[in-house]
Design a binder for this molecule. Structure first.
Ligand SMILES: [Zn+2]
Ligand SMILES: [Zn+2]
Length: 220
């Protein structure tokens, strides 16, 4: 666990990188994806944060490496609420989408969770405490992939998760959509990129280089 910027943490890596925002309010802690290990999430207690104070979890897309621990988190903490884009919702809320979610590839069972709210359209903002979590629809890797932008004391933090890909038919990937989505993220001009498998990327020039490199590697 590492504090990236005030109240924003990299919890660790289990399947994917898991990030957390402490809203210091009755909205408690907000998790960005759960990763695969509840044990890793529980370790936030060694940094004075209470895992049962995780009140919200925004899921960036339906892949199992980002969602497997959601069910365990719900078991630990009944009050946690989950959010994801409508276009990825089925595979999060139901069993039987093991190729889409890559559960078959990992050889594990996915236990579904119910979403509190399905995000729709190009942009929806969730407000927790004094923070706006702008959920930007960035399809490409999966149809309902989202990237989450949070401004912390003037610094734009982007939780981009799997913006590097990969892209497969079984995921419903679309490289035309991907190019448009990445252009949206370039236009945002984030200061810090928290990526799903490449860790924390900064400053802005390095983020631009990272996104443009992946755009050129993944032309339709
Ligand atoms: Zn993925
Ligand atoms: Zn991933």
């Amino acid at each position: 666990m590492k504090e990236i910027i005030k109240n924003v943490f990299h919890v660790g890596d289990s399947g994917c990188s898991v990030y957390l925002v402490n809203t210091n309010s009755e909205d408690g802690l907000v998790l960005i994806d759960s990763g695969m290990s509840i044990e890793m999430i529980k370790k936030i207690s060694t940094y004075g944060l209470n895992p049962t104070n995780i009140k919200h979890c925004i899921i960036t897309h339906f892949h199992i490496d980002h969602t497997a621990a959601c069910f365990d988190l719900k078991s630990l903490n009944k009050q946690v609420k989950f959010y994801a884009h409508d276009l990825d919702a089925n595979a999060i809320e139901e069993k039987g989408h093991d190729n889409k979610t890559a559960a078959s590839w990992y050889g594990i069972d996915y236990n579904p969770v119910k979403l509190e709210r399905k995000l729709r359209g190009n942009l929806e903002t969730l407000r927790f405490g004094n923070y706006d979590f702008q959920c930007i629809h960035t399809p490409g890797h999966t149809p309902g992939s989202i990237s989450i932008l949070v401004e912390v004391e003037g610094t734009k933090v982007l939780f981009g998760q799997d913006i590097h890909g990969p892209f497969y038919k079984s995921f419903g990937s679309n490289l035309n959509d991907y190019q448009n989505s990445m252009q949206k993220l370039l236009d945002v001009k984030p200061d810090i990129l928290c990526e799903g498998h490449f860790g924390i990327i900064k400053p802005a020039s390095e983020i631009e280089r990272f996104i443009k490199m992946h755009m050129s590697l993944n032309r339709p």
